[in-house]
Write a protein that binds this ligand. Structure first.
Ligand SMILES: C[S@@+](CC[C@H](N)C(=O)[O-])C[C@H]1O[C@@H](n2cnc3c(N)ncnc32)[C@H](O)[C@@H]1O
Length: 296
């Protein structure tokens, strides 16, 4: 690419970066009690309108958090990519705002799981039972565990992780959310899950687990579920164009995971003996793709 074209591309793409930041800033001003220069507020409002952003769907703080989390996550990860362009994948990061932001973004997964509950009545019934249990693998800062407990009043959640700094943040987040009694956090490797707790459902975050451990983790999860319980693997998804798919694969690889193709995930579930392995049709906006398989 000639240097003129390179700069032209950079200028064009820079507008998208600014637009994402402006959208998140607008959502924060609309949902948090923050002071704002009136001229800046007016410009942010006009930019949001130009973007077609419907504040009606993001106006509630609970719905705004994942949107701001996404913007913070993408922009921080983008800056880190420039600083460390060649680093290999992994998740041992101590950038606390990034850890919290990706946690906030992952709260949106609970909405995808609730859609799956409507499509799979067995799953809905199990997570609605009075003594139901949910395992959050790779709980990180605990925000998905918190969102599951908040959206399912009778659910007890166990969050496991191998990264102590994140678990320390998760403990503080759970305490602040008033969920100490319903969210348990454990230093535990997903490959070493004990058999038999009899969970009703297990969330498996594919982007953060190396490809070579996925089959052993699926086998361990099968032993930890109760018969009839559900394994819910999920991964990142972006817009369908080729560039967005490559950028999504890059995000997954730098997060420590493997960019699985949809049929490979369903095939691994079936191969591990799960019944009804399927991709849940995505009717939510959050950038997560979800599968489900039921333990026989
Ligand atoms: C980025 S977090 C996911 C976000 C999380 N849902 C939240 O609310 O913060 C993914 C986590 O998976 C953890 N992880 C990676 N390999 C793991 C393994 N083998 N067992 C358990 N957790 C693992 C990482 O340490 C990381 O904290």
């Amino acid at each position: 690419m000639a240097s003129e074209n390179l700069m032209a591309s950079a200028v064009r793409l820079g507008a998208s970066v600014d637009a994402l930041a402006a959208l998140a800033a607008f959502v924060r001003l609309e949902t948090e009690d923050l002071p704002a220069d009136p001229v800046v507020r007016e410009l942010l409002s006009r930019i949001a309108e130009e973007l077609g952003a419907d504040i009606g769907t993001t106006g509630a703080p609970a719905e705004a958090a994942p949107v701001v989390g996404l913007a913070r996550t993408f922009l921080r990860q983008a800056a880190e990519l420039i600083e460390n362009p060649g680093r290999s994948g992994g998740w041992e990061q101590v950038d606390v705002p990034l850890l919290q932001s990706i946690g906030r973004l992952s709260m949106a997964i609970s909405g995808a799981i609730m859609t799956a509950e409507r499509l799979l009545p067995d799953l809905g019934a199990q997570l609605g039972r009075a003594d139901s249990t949910f395992l959050d693998i790779g709980t990180g800062t605990g925000w998905l565990a918190i969102a599951m407990a908040q959206t399912h009043p009778d659910l007890t959640v166990t969050g496991i992780d191998i990264f102590s700094p994140s678990l320390d943040l998760a403990r503080a987040n759970v305490r602040e959310a008033g969920l100490d009694g319903r969210v348990e956090l454990l230093l535990q490797d997903a490959t070493q899950l004990p058999a038999g707790p009899g969970y009703d459902a297990i969330w498996l975050p594919l982007p953060f687990l190396p490809g070579v451990i996925i089959e052993p983790v699926i086998a361990a999860a099968a032993r930890a579920l109760r018969p009839g319980g559900w394994l819910l693997p999920g991964t990142f998804i972006g817009p369908p164009d080729r560039l967005s798919q490559l950028l999504n694969d890059l995000r997954i690889v730098r997060s420590g995971g493997h960019p699985w193709r949809p049929d490979e995930i369903a095939g691994m579930l079936t191969g591990a003996g799960f019944a009804g392995a399927q991709e849940i049709p995505r009717s939510w906006a959050a950038p997560v793709q979800l599968w489900a398989g039921q333990r026989r």
